[in-house]
Design a protein. Structure first.
Length: 277
């Protein structure tokens, strides 16, 4: 009986893992299927595997190579990560440590924006960026990140800063440090787990974002990977599902590598920022 229970538990976990991984396995398998086999059969494994889908992807999409779209996605995601980490860390330090007039109401207002649907502010933001001449550029996707507009990450930073001993700030003040120098030399190094957590989620959410990029990017030269995937459906009268699945597999690789490289820091950040109950 003592051995049966752990065995059943492991079998259950394996079954759950298979269910969770099945979409990924299906996606990779379908990327090697010929075009006629993609829509004509529901078999998991291809009967006639081919690498032609990947060859078509690397030959170019909408006049540009796949590496061009990879570069655009990396540029947008990298800028979003940098902006969120820097601005949210500064805002979290201000709300968590500094005393200024209106801090409580401002923090409450900032937290309330988490419940604000993106579609509510979409049109006003678009009008602003259009008047600034930034539509069809990467600025609407990156610039807001430098203004601490993601309340979730600001709250994450605030929760972490509040766990740090205030004696550190007092010691820095005695040594002649002001608020900025205290943040740079004392608080920022200790914020590393929270910063890495912010970087991971920002990278994944930005890399996979389709709607916002669809609104602001119209020229194929500025397309990111999610928008390039859409061209496989629209550029011909017959949708090229095989190359679309092949490009989807390639688009998943950076996310997987990024997560594997920083998953240890993600666990540390979750354990030290109050995300666990």
């Amino acid at each position: 009986m003592n051995r049966t229970k752990p065995l059943l538990w492991h079998v259950l976990m394996v079954l759950i893992l298979v269910v969770l991984l099945y979409p990924v396995i299906w996606l990779v398998s379908t990327s090697f299927k010929p075009a006629e086999e993609v829509v004509s059969t529901l078999a998991l494994l291809p009967s006639h595997p081919t690498g032609g889908n990947y060859a078509e992807v690397f030959n170019g999409v909408a006049g540009y190579g796949v590496w061009h779209y990879f570069g655009n996605s990396l540029l947008v995601s990298g800028g979003a990560v940098l902006g969120n980490v820097v601005s949210c860390a500064l805002a979290g330090y201000a709300f968590g440590r500094l005393h200024f007039r209106g801090r409580g109401p401002l923090f409450a207002f900032m937290i309330s924006t988490i419940m604000l649907p993106q579609h509510v502010v979409l049109i006003p933001q678009y009008v602003i960026f259009q008047q600034l001449g930034m539509v069809n550029t990467f600025w609407p996707l990156v610039l807001p990140k430098f203004l601490a507009t993601d309340a979730f990450f600001v709250f994450l930073m605030v929760q972490f800063v509040r766990t740090l001993p205030r004696e550190l700030d007092e010691a820095a003040t005695i040594d002649g440090c002001g608020p900025l120098r205290t943040f740079r030399y004392v608080i920022a190094p200790l914020l590393r787990p929270a910063m890495i957590t912010t970087a991971i989620f920002t990278f994944i959410w930005t890399w996979n974002d389709f709607f916002t990029q669809l609104i602001y990017l119209n020229d194929p030269s500025t397309f990111t990977l999610p928008l390039a995937l859409q061209t496989f459906v629209d550029q011909t009268t017959q949708s090229a599902f095989g190359p679309m699945f092949a490009m989807s597999v390639l688009a998943l690789v950076p996310i997987g590598l990024f997560f594997l490289a920083f998953q240890r820091f993600l666990v540390d950040g979750a354990a030290t920022t109050g995300l666990r109950g």
